[in-house]
Design a binder for this molecule. Structure first.
Ligand SMILES: Cc1ncc(COP(=O)(O)O)c(C=O)c1O
Length: 404
């Protein structure tokens, strides 16, 4: 391998994914030059113990020197997270959404308890399936009753189930998430049974930050956590916020030397910067995402493409769902084959049937541009290679649009 191999690969990746393609994956986003500069900065070389690092309740002494700037940035990022999410407490230590979930779950349960989440077959996060996080923490997993027609939980049945089974932990939020949950009955049932209610906002964190979709903490969740790189346009990582002093205390007990050690200070600095950008531009961005999603749903449907939930306005988030049965009938292909086909035209989608509008919104796509995008998508769907037109479309937009 030549010594420039990885740099060459980086250049090829950046040209392909940042210049030539249009990204419709709902799990991804792009970051500002400032965020990218912080990610590659000296902060990424260093160690220090987080502020308030504790083990089993004892404060840990920070043995690292050279840390006076690093130590400050964690506190500043947490203050900003509290402002952006309108919360009392924030923790920016999780290295990813999955790690945030681990910290949150372990802080609210003990071995033998039951945790309840959205069923994986309806887009619940795979990690909450019995074989994954519940297995690690010795928990029994159960699922909330779900209505595929309205693509949300069956609230009354779920509340009744919580009252009956008394799970220690209930987690709302999912990997496929189109519509807000009716949280009040769930929150009341949790309060009655002493269950902790958490909201995994990995997918919708940018919408929540911008005041859209729903406000889990105001609607009764004890804790909100998630990834900081999907609809929230930050570095890859995670965060946890809450208004609940006890929940925050339990979370803090499960950080240093339990779920994390070095918390990657370049990520923390970059997250702080993304929070600053969200504070200024997050509301406009979140509103535009929802308008773009609805318009993309409509424009694709009008062209005969099988987007689900037309009768419900398609979506209230950054995601749309493709009807895979109809897709097979129309195009004779599985979702996986279909995603490979449109990738040939540099339209990037996933193989599980979601389309996402967060990244295109960040780069300045508005409703007026969606009809052209839908035309490109339909041509790619029919097997035409529209790479050149995709690139020409991409070139009209500017990755930094939303933060100017
Ligand atoms: C709902 C949900 N929670 C948690 C995660 C894990 O997040 P991360 O990839 O940041 O670890 C995902 C990942 O896609 C997710 O969809």
């Amino acid at each position: 391998m030549n010594k420039g191999y990885f740099i060459q690969q980086m250049r090829a990746q950046q040209k392909w994914r940042l210049e030539d393609s249009v990204n419709l994956l709902p799990s991804e986003n792009v970051t500002s030059p400032q965020v990218r500069a912080l990610l590659s900065s000296d902060f990424g070389h260093r160690y220090t113990l987080p502020v308030n690092a504790k083990y089993a309740g004892e404060y840990l002494e920070n043995g690292y020197r050279g840390t006076k700037i690093t130590t400050e940035i964690e506190q500043s990022a947490e203050e900003l997270a509290c402002e952006v999410f309108r919360s009392k407490y924030a923790c920016v230590q999780p290295l990813s959404g999955h790690i945030a979930a681990m910290i949150a779950i372990v802080s609210a349960t003990k071995r033998g308890d039951t945790m309840c989440a959205i069923p994986v077959e309806y887009g619940g996060y795979d990690g909450y399936g019995q074989a994954y996080l519940p297995d690690i923490f010795g928990l029994k997993a159960c699922t909330l009753p779900f209505n595929p027609d309205s693509f949300t939980i069956q609230t009354d049945k779920a509340a009744a189930m919580i009252r009956k089974r008394k799970p220690k932990l209930v987690i709302l939020g999912a990997s496929f998430i189109l519509f807000p949950y009716d949280m009040k009955p769930i929150q009341e049932a949790c309060e009655r049974t002493g269950s902790t209610l958490m909201y995994d906002g990995s997918h919708v964190l940018g919408l929540i930050a911008g005041g859209e979709f729903q406000q889990p903490l105001k609607e009764g969740a004890n804790v909100l956590y998630g990834s900081t790189h999907k609809s929230f346009f930050g570095p890859q990582g995670g965060l946890i916020v809450s208004d609940d002093r006890n929940a925050d205390r339990e979370i803090r007990k499960n950080l240093t030397w339990r779920i994390v050690d070095n918390i990657h200070w370049n990520r923390i600095a970059a997250l702080g910067q993304a929070l600053l950008e969200t504070q200024r531009h997050g509301s406009r961005y979140a509103k535009q995402i929802i308008r773009n999603s609805k318009r993309l749903g409509r424009e694709l449907s009008e062209r005969g493409f099988p987007v689900m939930f037309e009768e419900l306005g398609y979506t209230q988030s950054h995601q749309l769902l493709i009807d895979q049965k109809k897709l097979r009938k129309t195009y004779g292909s599985s979702m996986n084959d279909f995603s490979i086909k449109v990738e040939k035209s540099n339209l990037i989608i996933d193989s599980v049937g979601r389309l996402g509008t967060a990244e295109i919104t960040r780069m300045g796509v508005k409703e007026k541009d969606i009809s052209e995008l839908a035309d490109l998508f339909m041509d790619a769907a029919e097997g035409k290679n529209v790479k050149r037109r995709v690139k020409a479309f991409r070139e009209r937009f500017d990755m930094e649009y939303i933060i100017r």
